[in-house]
Design a protein around this ligand. Structure first.
Ligand code: RNT
Ligand code: ZN
Length: 420
C-alpha cells in the first residue's frame, strides 16, 4: 500500500476508537522535549580534563565523541535534522565557552560564557534549560559539594549555583522561553554514615542560599533532582527522594524533578506523576533507561516510557505542567544514533499516549469493567501506530527511521571518524 493510503487507513481505524490522529499530531508538535548536550561527549564538558565523578558513569569507547563546542554543535544539528518535534537545548554549566576569554572557575561563570550557546539556540528556535555542574571538579571534596562539612567548599558551590541562576535568567530573556534550572549533586557516602541529618541540614541551607539569588520564577524554574544511590555512593545520598520532594514542597517556586533511573528498580516514575501533579503546579522529568541500575541506557519505546507519556497526557493538564527532558549517555554506540533513537522514543511514546482513548478507558475503570479495560488496552497496542508515526515524520520534514542508518553512517565516515 502507498504510504499516504496507509496513513488514511490508520486515521479511519483510530477514528473508530474516537481518536483524532490529526489532533494528536498537532498537539505533539507543540510539546517541548529538552535535548541534553551531554550525550555527545560522554558528559565531559569543556572546563576541565578530569574524570567523570559524582557517582555517574559513561561506559563504552565508540570513536567520534565531540571534543569542542563546534563539534558538539555540529553533532546536535545533525540530530535535529533527524528527529521531529519541538526541542529545547539542555546545557550543563561545564559546557561554558571561554573562546578568546580568560578561563574562570565555576563560581565565576557569567552570561558571556554562554553567548555562543544562546546564538545556537536562537538559530534553531529553541529555549534553553540549564544545570549547574556539581561534579567532575577538584572542589568536590570527599564526594561532597553543597552538603560538605567544609564551609569553603559549600560556599564555592553556592556561588556556582547563584551564577547559574543568573545565567538561566539570561537564557530566558534571550530566547523568550523559561529556563528550567536543575540542581542535582552526587553528594553522599559509600559506606554507612555516622550522621545522616547533618549533611541534609547543610544541603537544605545551601540550596536555600542558591535560590535566594534574586530571580523571576516565571523565567527561571528551579528544580531539585533526587537520587537513590550512585557508583561509589551506595549507602547514603544527601538529596534523597524524601529530601528533594519535601524541599520542593516547602519552597515557593521550586519544582521536583524525577529521573526514572533514580529509584528502586520496582518503583515506577509513571506511578508517581499523578501524586506530584496533585500538589505541584509543575514538575520535571529526566527520561532515561535504567538497566538494573542508573545505567542511563538510550531511551527506547518501552512500557515504562509509554506509561510515563500516558500519565503526562492524561493527568489534568499534564501537558504544559510537566517539563520533559532526556538524560542518558551511551558511549558504546554511535552517539548521534543514541541521541536520535532516545529522542524519537520519547516522541513516539507521546504520540502513542495521544492516540490512547483515555476517556473510554477511564470510564471502564470507573464502571468496574476490568475485563474490557484490559482487552481495550491490549487492543490499542496493535493498531497501526507506525503509520501515524511515519506520517508525523514526513510532515515534520525529517527522514523515516528506516533510512537513518545511511545518513548516520555518512556523518560518521565524513565527520566523526576524522576526530582522532
Ligand atoms: C545523575 C543525574 C543527573 C545527570 C546529569 C548529567 O544521576 O541523573 O541529572 O545525569 O546532570
Ligand atoms: Zn538525571
Amino acid at each position: 500500500m502507498e504510504k499516504k493510503n496507509r496513513y488514511e487507513s490508520a486515521e479511519k481505524i483510530y477514528k473508530e476508537f474516537g481518536i483524532d490522529t490529526e489532533k494528536a499530531m498537532s498537539i505533539l508538535a507543540e510539546i517541548p522535549v529538552s535535548l541534553h548536550c551531554w550525550q555527545g561527549d560522554d558528559v565531559k564538558g569543556f572546563d576541565q580534563d578530569g574524570p567523570l565523578t559524582g557517582g555517574i558513569q559513561t561506559t563504552g569507547n565508540y570513536p567520534g565523541a565531540a571534543r569542542t563546542y563546534t563539534e558538539l554543535m555540529n553533532d546536535i544539528e545533525e540530530v535535529i535534522s533527524l528527529v521531529p518535534g519541538k526541542k529545547k537545548l539542555n546545557l550543563h554549566a561545564s559546557y561554558a565557552i571561554f573562546d578568546g576569554m580568560e578561563r574562570v572557575d565555576r563560581d565565576r561563570l557569567e552570561k558571556v560564557h554562554f553567548k555562543k550557546w544562546v546564538d545556537f539556540a536562537k538559530k534553531h528556535g529553541m529555549g534553553i534549560d540549564f544545570n549547574p555542574t556539581f561534579f567532575s571538579h577538584e572542589k568536590v571534596k570527599d564526594g561532597l559539594t553543597l552538603s560538605s562539612p567544609d564551609k569553603d567548599i559549600r560556599d564555592f558551590w553556592i556561588e556556582h549555583g547563584k551564577a547559574c541562576i543568573r545565567i538561566a535568567e539570561y537564557f530566558a530573556d534571550e530566547t523568550g522561553i523559561p529556563c528550567v534550572m536543575n540542581i542535582w549533586t552526587g553528594d553522599g557516602y559509600k559506606d554507612i554514615p555516622g550522621d545522616r541529618l547533618g549533611p541534609r541540614e547543610r544541603y537544605k541551607d545551601s540550596i536555600e542560599q542558591i535560590i535566594s539569588e534574586p530571580h523571576d520564577t516565571t523565567k527561571v524554574k528551579v528544580c531539585v533532582e533526587s537520587k537513590v544511590f550512585g557508583i561509589g555512593v551506595e549507602s547514603y545520598t544527601t538529596g534523597s527522594g524524601e529530601f528533594t520532594l519535601l524541599f520542593a514542597a516547602t519552597h515557593e517556586g521550586v519544582i521536583p524533578l524525577m529521573d526514572n533511573g533514580h529509584y528502586h528498580p520496582t518503583e515506577m516514575v509513571s506511578d508517581k506523576i499523578s501524586s506530584l501533579l496533585l500538589y505541584f503546579d509543575e514538575i520535571a522529568l529526566h527520561i532515561t533507561r535504567p538497566v538494573r541500575w542508573d545505567s542511563d541506557h538510550v531511551v527506547i519505546f518501552d512500557d515504562e516510557t509509554r506509561e510515563i507519556a500516558k500519565e503526562i497526557v492524561r493527568c489534568r493538564n499534564g501537558l504544559g505542567r510537566v517539563n520533559i527532558a532526556l538524560d542518558f549517555f551511551d558511549a558504546s554506540i554511535n552517539r548521534i544514533s543514541a541521541w536520535a533513537v532516545g529522542f524519537n522514543s520519547v516522541e513516539k511514546a507521546l504520540l502513542y499516549a495521544l492516540l490512547t482513548p483515555h476517556e473510554e478507558i477511564k470510564r471502564l475503570q470507573e464502571a468496574g469493567d476490568f475485563t474490557r479495560l484490559l482487552m481495550m488496552q491490549e487492543e490499542m497496542k496493535t493498531l497501526p501506530f507506525g503509520d501515524v508515526w511515519e506520517e508525523y515524520l514526513e510532515r515534520n520534514g525529517v527522514p523515516s527511521g528506516r533510512t537513518w542508518a545511511e545518513e548516520i553512517e555518512r556523518y560518521e565516515k565524513e565527520v566523526l571518524m576524522k576526530r582522532v
